[in-house]
Design a protein around this ligand. Sequence first.
Ligand SMILES: Cc1cc2nc3c(=O)[nH]c(=O)nc-3n(C[C@H](O)[C@H](O)[C@H](O)COP(=O)(O)OP(=O)(O)OC[C@H]3O[C@@H](n4cnc5c(N)ncnc54)[C@H](O)[C@@H]3O)c2cc1C
Length: 373
Amino acid sequence: MADHTTIVIIGAGVIGLTTGLRLLATTDQAKYRIIIVSREWPTSIPGAPVNHSVNYASMWAGAHMRPIPASTPQLQREAAWLKHAARTFEEQIRQTPSIGVTKCKGIELLEAPTAGYEQQTAESFFSESGLNNYRKYSQAELPPGVRLGFEYDTYCVNAPVYCANLLRSFILQGGRCMQRDLSSEWEASSIAPNVSLVVNASGMGFGDKKCFPIRGQTVLTDLSAVTKTVTKQKRDGTWSFIIPRFFEGGTVVGGTKQPGDWTAQPILSTRSSVLSEGRKIAEFASDSSAGSNDVRVIADIVGRRPMREGGMRVEVEHPYGTSVKGQSSMTRIVHAYGAGGRGFEISWGVAEEVASLVKATLLIKDSIIQAKL
Ligand SMILES: Cc1cc2nc3c(=O)[nH]c(=O)nc-3n(C[C@H](O)[C@H](O)[C@H](O)COP(=O)(O)OP(=O)(O)OC[C@H]3O[C@@H](n4cnc5c(N)ncnc54)[C@H](O)[C@@H]3O)c2cc1C
């Protein structure tokens, strides 16, 4: 055991957990020990608080897979990650049906679609996302005020159930866990002997000025008849969506997207408007009981999407900005934070990219060490 080299992953959100599983599958466990160190966890481990903060985004996500036309380099990068995640979700459903992912119909309704949406076809949609059965609605099928609508096959994730299952798999496959609130990503190199590399999957990073929260207020309801996920993008820039949390988790009705808003408490007037808009789109999805007035609120949800200007930071950082040469004994950081509102739907693509960066970085380190011997 003493000869092990340690890889530390900061964060037990969907990005840290997925990366942990990918690293267990792709690194030699006889040589490398993998530890997740985190302030918050999906389920209680000794010493971890039982309640989750608004900062722990993965506990508050809907979470559905909703492709966005890949009209910019950043969106193209995210589309490739999403396509990878879609393939993995399909495999997970086949191999572990109880993991917390469900295949269902997705519906999009847009009052003022961008050119990317207008130009989309079943072929371009499939090539960007890997998702099947795209169908544009005719004008006669659309509700008043909506200019473009379409449906496709997609996936919904029961976020808390799924994250708990990822953590369980990580532990069963030999991963280790440590509860700790770190002051810096570099501090992670001191939590165990012989730390060679740290993956920073801390959601918002440590003091990165490009990161900011996008507040999301949603309502968890008992709309159990809902079996499709529906999203409406309104002309005024606001959103309305319903996301079933299969596995008896109710239905998430949302919601707000408020950049830079740090309000941690739910606002009651927001709950009312979210529910009234949600009922309308639920009716459109023609789930019979969805439009009735006696919807029970299970919980008001507030979460902070960990957004980053320019997109996720997925890259290697060498200590103190120096090059690899001459720094063989020092820990490297592979950053993987700033997933914004897309962490679940891009998770497996991000984990794959992080795993290859980890592999390449360890190879370089090993070759420098060998050369010095
Ligand atoms: C209302 C809402 C709806 C959403 N809907 C969707 C959706 O439909 N589809 C989708 O794909 N995504 C959705 N998201 C976004 C998604 O939740 C995030 O993108 C995703 O959870 C980010 O995961 P993460 O692992 O990067 O960060 P987090 O889940 O925030 O995890 C960060 C981890 O790092 C740990 N950490 C942070 N700082 C420290 C420190 N100093 N020391 C130790 N540990 C630390 C935390 O404890 C935590 O374990 C939604 C988010 C919200 C809020």
